[in-house]
Design a protein around this ligand. Structure first.
Ligand SMILES: [Zn+2]
Length: 368
């Protein structure tokens, strides 16, 4: 159900095609986040038409609201939200540890209070996998514990052991042939623990492998060091997914180290606060200097927003908290991310990745 074919590689970076239940996805790819079965402010067809062929939805949020029965009634998330592409769901583990009031963690699973109505909820590998299969996800993530940062070696080790055990139980819980299960490498910023986590996961065997527990407060140097150690050791014939990362710079650095898949709320969340990505760096729309600025966000951008609207108008919408502003800003940031990924893919295929990365860095941090 999952095929991964490398087309080209340059250094550790690779471009590939991911075939997923009949859908073709070019990698390296970015997966916009649709937390509550919607990429905020966008219709599903708008996101698809940008060229995004896979999005991420959050099991934790969807199990609490609207609940699995409602989504099953629609035949899964795809039809629930009218999404034509593929869907990856997270296991719910990360949100349990970051958002919910925890009651108890045992080797069996986690008890927590729902942040919506305070109700006591239990989540374990079996239930997480069952939920993700009911949602109809094309890629399912194992249930894991996101190791907190900072974590001393003993804590990180204990945490990764628990995640390995849950990884095995996640795999044993898979019931549908079309489910593709990814294992998650933990181990904090400790190279030997990352190695241990990966070798444990390889023994279990997964359809793809993810690097978890990053973007949780570590520095970019620490993050890149983890990637330097582990990314190239992950199976080369399976997709490599870096969870929850990141900024355009983070993504470029991870692609250089051999990562294929990314998800992050950054482009959509930042868009809604007027924090916009351009080829010259970041533009903060709330800066008063844009009040009468007639130019588009980015003169080199061909998105609907840049072709039709001035910075001045977009700043006005943001000031007045107009809904249209959220939409137009999100259109631009998602378009930027898609162009960035396309640029990375094309340059790997054309053997000019180094030039692309040099141009990327040279053009950043200019006066906008
Ligand atoms: Zn634009």
């Amino acid at each position: 159900m999952l095929e991964f074919n490398i087309k080209n590689s340059q250094g550790k970076a690779r471009s590939a095609t991911l075939k997923l239940n009949g859908n073709h996805i070019d990698t390296p790819c970015f997966m916009p986040v649709g937390t509550a079965a919607t990429v905020k402010a966008m219709t599903a067809s708008e996101v698809y038409d940008f060229g995004f062929k896979i999005i991420l939805a959050n099991t934790f949020h969807l199990m609490l609201r609207p609940g699995v029965e409602i989504i099953s009634k629609h035949g899964g998330i795809h039809r629930f939200m009218n999404w034509a592409g593929s869907i990856i769901t997270d296991s719910g583990g990360y949100q349990v540890f970051s958002l919910a009031k925890l009651r108890k963690i045992t080797a069996e699973g986690v008890y927590f209070n729902s942040p919506i109505d305070g109700e006591k909820v239990f989540l374990d590998p079996k239930k997480s996998i069952w939920l993700q299969e009911q949602f109809g996800a094309d890629i399912i993530m194992q249930f894991d514990e996101c190791t907190p940062y900072p974590a001393d070696k003993g804590t990180a080790d204990k945490s990764l052991e628990l995640s390995l055990e849950w990884g095995k139980r996640s795999k044993d819980s898979i019931a549908k042939d079309e489910s593709n299960l990814f294992g998650i490498i933990q181990g904090g910023v400790h190279d030997d623990l990352r190695d241990k986590s990966l070798s444990g996961l390889l023994e279990i065997g997964f359809d793809g492998y993810a690097i978890g527990g990053l973007s949780v407060g570590e520095t970019s140097e620490e993050r890149n060091a983890v990637l330097d150690n582990i990314a190239h050791k992950m199976p080369s014939n399976k997709p490599r997914y870096l969870m929850g990362v990141g900024t355009p710079v983070d993504i470029v650095e991870a692609v250089l180290r051999g990562v294929d898949m990314f998800d992050c709320v950054i482009p959509t969340r930042n868009a809604r606060t007027g924090f916009l990505y351009t080829k010259k760096g970041v533009l903060k729309l709330r800066n008063s200097k844009y009040k009468g600025d007639m130019s588009p966000i980015d003169e080199d951008c061909s998105c609907y927003t840049c072709l039709n609207y001035s910075r001045s108008y977009l700043r006005h919408l943001d000031t007045c908290k107009e809904i249209l502003g959220l939409r137009l800003n999100t259109i631009h940031n998602l378009y930027y991310y898609h162009e960035l990924m396309k640029g990375l893919r094309d340059s790997i295929s054309l053997d000019r990745l180094e030039d692309f990365v040099r141009e990327f860095y040279n053009s950043q941090n200019q006066e906008i």
